[in-house]
Design a protein around this ligand. Sequence first.
Ligand code: LLP
Length: 463
Amino acid sequence: MTTSMATADLQVSNRPFESNRDTASPNRNLTPVTTAVGPKGGLEVGGCGLSDLARRYGTPLYVLDEATLRGNAQAYRKALASHYPGSALALYASKANSSLAITAVVASEGLGLDAVSAGELLTAVQGGMPPERIVFHGNNKSLEELQLAADLGVTVVADNWSDLELLASLGLSQPVRLMLRFTPGIECHTHEYIRTGHLDSKFGFDPDQLEPVLRHLQGCSWALVSGLHAHIGSQIFELQPHRDLAAVMADALKLARELGHPVSDLNVGGGLGIRYVASDDPPSIDEWVRTVAEAVAGACQERGLDLPRLLCEPGRSLVATAGVTLYSVGSRKEIPGIRTYLSVDGGMSDNPRPITYQSLYTAVLADRPEAEASDTVTLAGKHCESGDVLLKDLALPPAQAGDVLAVFATGAYNASMASNYNRIPRPAAVMVHDGMAELVQRRELPEELLRYDVLPERLRPVV
Ligand code: LLP
């Protein structure tokens, strides 16, 4: 479905919403790059009025701004080309938000993709991502998933001995391209649930295992060790851990090549943070890539190594700020002297990040984004759980039932982590571009949630 919402009038009289707009690095903006205030004061993204979208598609609604996604993808490509002397490729970490439409956009921007399940692999391939640009991750891959990866011809990131045993058991006729993931032993400051580089992590080979694994693989004709991988965590603002990682990875590359493996790829993972609230100050994509590229090139030169191809796996920094979630405001509960709860028609099932990581967000009323915020409310979801709160102490203009509320930077780890808690259907998603809105994920229907239930004969109600 395609809906045109722009008129020449609107485009002429619109003005940007944010004054600190950084078009070169949209991960540093609170809102999508196309966010504008229309002539009647309402917010628009991608040339589409947000409250019009809410009316047309219902709420909660995930809105994805194609220009922001493309801008981020181009920022990675441009930065890699200008700061790394060898070849390089950014792979979209599709766990951030996996869909056919997003895959198609990032594939058309020349990026590759990181998938971690059969579902993400199928989405990638059907969305048009060439298999040679896909890497397949996971700390507990099934035999079926590994067979699928081998059949598709994607690169498998071996995380542990079990991966190697299962792959060996497949009896492959062609060698599979392998990347070895190891834990680099690097700490960084982010939420403990999204830290992965420290030694106590479920991901990757322990660094002590790297040499035995490389030696073991010398004798495996089914394996072609083409790369090494490490990822230190997510929503990281520091640059130093990425420099430290480059040195650790260059040592591993030296070892692998000394042991006779033709390793051509060094994959440094993802992790660059974004701005969720005004006080967040992440590096730009250019700064992050430059730091990583210079560190990898420098570390390889110091060790006399031919430059590997540099791979990285951004997820959040590519897609988060492209996303806005629209909700309709519903009930209000005032507890004098304590707090006012304003409830919306979604919550922890479409955005589990606040309850999981105490994540902060920024929100405005879609029709009055610049009105005086004279009220302070706690934005609650509709689920039967006290912790189902999207934003605490949010300054808003007085809001009424039916107002549309826009929460920014929800493009990453919202739709992909959504659930059906309380049997609430997952929202629709639309992609907006130049005044067009296109449905890219259909809203679930309550009756569809019963699709997988089976009622045994003996329990059926007697009529
Ligand atoms: N590569 C690997 C191997 C990863 O495990 C991840 C994220 C990425 C790349 C992408 O990282 P990013 O560029 O997005 O930081 N659900 C959490 C985030 C979990 C990240 C998991 N791995 C959240 O909502 O904050």
